[in-house]
Structures are given as C-alpha cells and as structure tokens.
Ligand binder design. Structure first.
Ligand SMILES: [Zn+2]
Length: 314
C-alpha cells in the first residue's frame, strides 16, 4: 500500500485522508486465514494458548455487554479454509454471507465476488436501531487469485506479459480496489455520524495476514515452509475514530496516536478491541492492548513458526 510507503500509488484515496491513525509496526501471528481470524478475535494468543473450550471470544464479550453483533462476509462460507470461520461467525446476532459464487474455498479462489457487495448490508447494519453495535466486515480483499478481486475499471497497473510482472500488477490493482472499498466505508460511516452525532464510533482496518508477492523468493501467496517470510505477516492496521468518540475520551484518542509506532501482534487484538470500546469486563489485559497507556511494547514477537519476528532477516 502506498499508505505504508510503497512506491506505486496503490491506495490513492486513503493516502489523501487526514483522519486515519496509521499503525506502523503490526504483524499477524499466523500466515493463514483460519488461524489468524480465530486468534485475532479470541482470547488465546501465541504466548498463552487457551484450549478451544475455554477460549472466550469477542462476540461473547460484546454480546454480553449489550452490543448487537453483525458479521458480513465476502469470503466463501464453505470449504476447508472457511468452515471454521463460518461456524464462528454464526454466533453473531446477524450473519450474512454475500459470496455464493462457488461450492468450496478452493473454487472461490478462482471466482470473482467483488467486495462492493458488502456495502449495502453494511449500510443496513448502520441503520439498525440497536444502540451498540459491533460490525465485522470480512472482505475477500487481496487474497489470490488477484485478477479476480477487482472489476475492469481498476485495471490501472499493467504487467510486461511475464507471469511475475503480471501477477504483481494484478496484486496492485486489487489494492487500488480495496482502497476504494475501505475509503467508501469510512465515508458511509461519516455520513451516518452526521445523522447520529452523539454516537462514539470507530473503524479498524486490519489484514488477517500479509502476502508475499515476489518479496521473498520467486513466488506469490501466503504459504511457506518452516520459516515465515516477513511479507507473510507484515500487515496494515489503521484506525478511524469519530469526532464524538474523540470528545468522549480525548486521553484515549491521544493514547492511540502515541502508540502508533509500537510493536504489536494481532493475536492480542481481543484485548485491544474490548479496551477501545469502553467495555468494562474482567477480560482485557491492558498490557496487551495497543490502545492502552500501559501497553507492554517489550513483548517478544515469537510467531507461528517459533521465530522472533524482530530477528527475521529476509
Ligand atoms: Zn486470509
């Protein structure tokens, strides 16, 4: 993303925004969708693994704190890479899968279901009368096949005909499309804020994992053998918070800005999300919340391959 300094202008709309808090040093614990999503949204982390039966998740905590949970997904609901997430998502009060282009996860990698399908159900969820809402939007984003992730209007970058060059161009085009989708979502939120000025709203964008597009070795994708390349886990992580949210707790807003360069692993997002949203429960360990003044930025970032991210050299 050019938002993170890439030379190619892949996120023109987000680049122009002045209302994002951009975290610069965030990695995912895993390099795959299922492991990452289920770790990001639950209490377990790579330092303290919790048995699945005792693992409290974000849907439980928000629901019992009076939130209505929405899960809107453009990932395929069925198949080896999706079944577990779908089962998890169904715990939400409202769950909507908009990608019905295939009969399996594998097939879905080769079919097109553009993320704009999420926009209408997202707008509907915003209009829902529930006072407190957690809306999880699971984009298909920039998962392969990259050429299937954007409509032809977004054919901005072109390869030289070689497989490598074409793949890189298609990946960049998929990012330009994601830029359009995420920017649109923030604008929809801002519009809804004008109608409901006294609601504290935030939007957090994260990737479940990174993607190695010829950054490491002559390949594209997010699989690996033994050692995870940095590109597989380095992810964008940015926050938008509404003016009312800022006025409600200006010290929290300041803290999110102060912590934006601190090293974070998203396996602790569970704690951070509870902490950010003014929820009072026994669950969040504040030292694990990147939005908290006592955030522990000395944690060693040992990832799923057992290696310390900060000592990786690739
Ligand atoms: Zn994924």
């Amino acid at each position: 993303m050019s938002l993170y300094g890439a030379k190619s202008k892949t996120t023109p709309k987000l680049d122009d925004r002045t209302d994002l808090i951009l975290y610069n040093n965030v990695v995912s614990p895993y390099s795959s969708t299922i492991n990452s999503v289920l770790t990001i949204l639950t209490q377990t982390n790579l330092e303290k693994k919790i048995d699945i039966l005792k693992n409290i998740d974000i849907l439980d905590v928000f629901h019992s704190s009076g939130f209505k949970n929405f899960w809107i997904s453009n990932q395929s609901p069925i198949g080896v890479w999706d079944n577990q997430i779908t089962q998890f998502a169904r715990k939400s009060d409202r769950c909507e899968f908009v990608n019905m282009t295939s009969n399996s996860s594998y097939e879905a990698t080769y079919t097109a279901s553009y993320d704009e399908k999420i926009i209408a159900p997202f707008s509907e969820a915003l209009q829902d009368s529930a006072k407190k809402k957690l809306i999880i939007l699971h984009l298909i984003g920039n998962h392969s096949s990259y050429s299937k992730r954007y409509p032809t209007d977004f054919n901005i970058f072109e390869g030289d005909g070689s497989k490598k060059s074409n793949t890189i161009a298609e990946y960049k085009n998929s990012l330009v499309y994601t830029d359009f989708i995420v920017d649109s979502m923030i604008n929809i939120l801002i519009k809804s804020q004008r109608l409901n000025t006294n609601t504290a709203t935030s939007l957090l964008y994260i990737s479940d994992h990174g993607e190695n597009v010829y950054d490491h070795g002559e390949k594209a994708g997010h699989d690996y053998s033994k050692v995870v390349p940095k590109a597989n886990v380095e992810i964008p992580f940015f926050l938008w918070i509404s003016p009312y949210f800022q006025s409600l707790d200006s010290s929290k807003t300041q803290q999110t800005i102060l912590n934006k360069n601190k090293p974070f692993v998203t396996d602790d997002l569970f704690h951070a999300l509870i902490d950010l949203n003014f929820i009072k429960t026994k669950f969040p360990e504040k030292g694990r919340s990147v939005f908290n003044p006592i955030f522990n930025d000395k944690r060693k970032r040992i990832l799923c391959d057992g290696k310390d991210y900060d000592e990786k050299v690739d």
